[in-house]
Design a protein around this ligand. Structure first.
Ligand SMILES: CC(C)=CCC/C(C)=C/CC/C(C)=C/COP(=O)(O)OP(=O)(O)O
Length: 274
């Protein structure tokens, strides 16, 4: 499904012209630096179109590819997608396998795209839960693109924010232990002082590579975070869309960014008060 002609097609024609005009208008206002997405509604899309669920996921992966290209054009620097939660391992094995296959296909496509030296790819999550071949391919891709600064794509796979926090706490404790420092100590007032600080935890989060998201989009009409970037989204603009993920397109993106711009001043003020 991932063919070079799809990518070329997206860039060409009158649609590309219209998109450029819309993005020029959007750029008059503040552009989010980081957009995160929960790609919900792939199976509902499949049901609606009377196709099998697996083809629904293909359509979802293509919608993600479109979003990446639009965000690059618009000037968004970070895109983070929730591809697979640790809880998704409870799904039907065929479905789990399909998403793993798509991950492998995406790694191959992104490896091909990495020749353009445009995208830094990062996989966030408990990667040990992936099969050895996907782990290897993902690690190689992360290493080979680590120096690219223009655009950062993070694919959250085998991810939940609770697991991310546990991992970060563990790493912080190990670090203190290795430095010969206990976890709790006394300050001069004989009061407890925290030796593990928020900065220690944040340094070890899987998402440490990116700033906190400015916008978190969830498609499929749900209003839950489903354990996605819970730590990082205290000040971000949440956008829940009724549309199913494979139908997410450029007009949805424009709508979400306009909504973000309308609330920008308020959210910026709130961030300063934190
Ligand atoms: C790069 C990469 C690996 C891309 C992955 C492709 C992709 C679209 C993954 C979404 C995974 C997922 C479990 C979505 C939830 O939708 P759902 O199908 O459970 O939605 P629904 O049942 O509510 O309709």
């Amino acid at each position: 499904m991932f063919r070079e002609d799809i990518i070329i097609g997206i860039f060409s024609g009158w649609r590309s012209f219209l998109r450029k005009c819309l993005f020029r208008v959007l750029r008059v206002g503040p552009i989010p630096s980081h957009i995160a997405v929960i790609m919900d509604g792939n199976r509902r899309y499949a049901k609606k179109k009377k196709i099998d669920d697996m083809t629904g996921y293909d359509a979802g992966a293509l919608a993600l590819l479109h979003l990446i290209i639009y965000c690059m054009e618009l000037g968004v620097k970070y895109v983070t997608a929730y591809a697979f939660s640790i809880d998704n391992f409870r799904r039907h094995p065929e479905e789990v396998q399909k998403i793993m296959d798509l991950t492998m296909e995406s790694v191959m496509l992104l490896t091909w795209m990495s020749k353009l030296r445009l995208v830094r790819v990062h996989f966030a999550g408990n990667l040990q839960l992936l099969s050895a071949d996907i782990q290897d391919a993902a690690k190689r891709l992360m290493e080979s693109t680590a120096g690219y600064k223009n655009f950062v794509l993070t694919i959250c796979i085998c991810y939940t924010c609770s697991d991310e926090i546990l991992h970060a706490v563990e790493e912080s404790c190990k670090e203190k232990w290795d430095d010969g420092i206990g976890i709790m100590g006394y300050d001069e007032a004989n009061d407890y002082e925290r030796l593990i600080k928020v900065v220690d935890i944040e340094k070890h989060m899987y998402m440490a590579i990116a700033p906190d998201p400015d916008i978190l989009i969830r498609t499929g009409g749900e209003y839950r975070l489903s354990n996605f970037l819970v730590w990082q989204s205290s000040c971000c603009h949440l956008s829940s869309l009724g549309t199913v993920w494979p139908e997410f397109g450029v007009f949805h993106l424009v709508w979400v960014v306009l909504d973000f711009q309308q609330n920008y001043r308020y959210v910026a003020k709130k961030k300063l008060q934190l």
